[in-house]
Design a protein around this ligand. Sequence first.
Ligand SMILES: [Zn+2]
Length: 201
Amino acid sequence: MDVGHFAAEPGVISAAGRPEFEYNLDLALEVKAALERRQVDVRLIGERGDYAVLHQRTRDARGADLFVSIHHDSVQESLLPRADEFAGFSLFVSKLNPKADKSLACAGAIGARLRAAGFTPSRYHADPVTGAPRPFADEANGVHWYDNLAVGRTASMPSVLVEAGVIVNRDEERRMRDPEVRRRIAEAVAGGARECLTKGS
Ligand SMILES: [Zn+2]
């Protein structure tokens, strides 16, 4: 369980001025607890905000069955004035990951659980106007291909990056700070991860 970003470069600054790293840490701790309730052993990476080198995260995850990186989303700089129009979760996997099929299966399971819990895929990352673009790998479940994703490409195990919500959107930022919303997201991520780990390779 990787806490995205680090103290010196804490990621997106939210609509309320709070750095992404703090949202990532809160959610990662909640997902860790939800996994442990499901008898899954969890190793936290980056929770002290001291991981500046991305490939050291996947290196230090060696031996794990699944690498999950927790993030919160933004939009391209030119779209920031319209940030309140963008909301939802996104999941990213790399075709360059040695276990790309399993990565996709785990991301799909997490996305399905998030949808069942009432959350909606953001979709805009697949749009060439509003995204990079990252084509859909599993459109229904909000999973995109992002082949150069460092934590996808350098992991020796299946790897999924979770963008839980868009924190430059004022309403969504408030939702992401709500402990009940965070608990529901964590349950969905843990449930999906547990399900795909149980299914074997
Ligand atoms: Zn991030």
